[in-house]
Design a protein around this ligand. Sequence first.
Ligand SMILES: [Zn+2]
Length: 252
Amino acid sequence: MKAVVVYERGGKYEVRDVPMPRLNDGDVLIKINYAALCYRDLLQLAGYYPRMKYPVILGHEAVGVVVESRDPRFRPGDRVVPLLHEPDGTCEFCMRGLDAYCINALSYGENVDGFFAEYARVSGNALVKVPNEVPDELAVLVPCVIAMVYKGIKRAGLTHGETVVVTGASGGVGIHAVQLAKALGARVIAVTRSPDKAKFIRQFTDDVITEQRFSKVVKDLTNGVGADVVIEAVGTPTLDESLKSLRSGGVG
Ligand SMILES: [Zn+2]
């Protein structure tokens, strides 16, 4: 089969013919329908991931169809999305049901082969079925950016009608955070530096702020109270203003 193989630190990769993946008990072979390119792939190519093994098939976001299964929970024909990491199922976090934090997890496209390939081997423990009504081009985005944002929002304890500020709202994380918070019933205030991008974001959100010192505007928009939740999708340049945007007891 064909696959994108990273063969050396420093971004060296090529499309190669490689053997079909071999399955162990508990594994599932999937035919990849779509794979998405993520900023993390570029960071991995740039050498920012010290656990990268070489050679490795790149790619950690995919949707596909099961062609062979050694896990009784999956059957050929099931449409599935792999998670980012493959838990060992036995560490202290896995035993507590927190397999996303498995301390021995293998990461697809990093230290176990990923999904820029015609076929991939995935552990059944790292696989979820896709509902019929969700098309491939949406399902492929779920495991990385959308799941991360969703988990953050859930941990923040967002309830219907609360105010959420999203920084970096036009970026790959931010634009999904805006839509997800809105879908969960929040009042969303998007922060972006670019007036052009603000025009585009406006269709998804209640308010858009382009000011650099946005916390004052957030306070004005919330009767001086501040936001219940801030989703900080930029980092150092906006962190201070994000903290100042929170209401007393708010969550960032
Ligand atoms: Zn990703």
